[in-house]
Design a protein around this ligand. Structure first.
Ligand code: GAR
Length: 201
């Protein structure tokens, strides 16, 4: 069984979507949700779905004990679903190629420190681009930098606000994040054709 730890800091719509998608899955199980904010809505959502929640501080996150605990739980994969801290090098080394992040724009543009949530959408709108999208990528020790596994795009409308663009992006995230994770875990690559991606939009 592939055991996934989901790291999330906020609303948790992606975390909950993953929990629902992998419920009863034959080879993938969500082991726990790890959260760094005591007041994050993701905590209640995960608990209501019957998933263990682990709260942690920055100090915990950077400790060897934290990594040891994840290992002892048999965590094979780490999924960042709206998680904003830089992953420590030791964690990247321990799960190299097995930490997956979702970013709400088309990297390499609109990424880096401080580029999360509405900041990303505001920058995209300000740039005048006619398309945005999602990037699902492996994580290294730089923000929004590892190998891209998958991208899907959507239009940016003339009258978009960061909220309207965010909801379009969330639809893409909810559609693709679970299936991309599943495909990558099962096959070691994400081989959806661009035609499949475009046809589903
Ligand atoms: C998602 O849009 C995710 O792509 C983004 O945070 C949102 C979390 O929403 N992540 C980043 O910006 C990382 N740089 P959610 O809490 O509803 O899943």
């Amino acid at each position: 069984m592939n055991k996934l730890a989901i790291f999330a800091s906020g609303a948790g719509s992606n975390a909950l979507n993953l929990i629902e998608y992998f419920k009863g899955h034959q080879s993938v199980a969500i082991d726990a949700v790890y959260c760094n904010r005591q007041d994050a809505p993701v905590i209640g959502k995960a608990r209501a779905a019957g998933v263990k929640v682990v709260l942690f501080s920055k100090k915990d996150f950077q400790s060897e004990a934290f990594i040891r605990e994840l290992k002892e739980r048999g965590t094979n994969w780490i999924i960042l679903a709206g998680f904003l801290w830089l992953v420590p090098l030791l964690m990247v080394k321990t799960w190299r190629g097995r930490i997956i992040n979702i970013h709400p724009a088309l990297l390499p543009d609109f990424g880096g420190k401080g580029m999360f949530g509405h900041h990303v959408h505001e920058s995209v709108i300000k740039s005048g681009r006619s398309r945005s999208g999602i990037t699902i990528h492996l994580v290294d020790d730089h923000y929004d930098h590892g190998e891209t596994l998958f991208q899907a795009t959507c239009p940016v409308m003339k009258d978009d606000t960061s909220e309207t663009l965010a909801s379009r992006i969330h639809l893409l995230e909810h559609k693709w994040f679970p299936v991309v994770i599943e495909r990558y875990i099962e096959r070691g690559s994400v081989d959806f054709s661009q035609a499949d991606v475009d046809a589903s939009l």
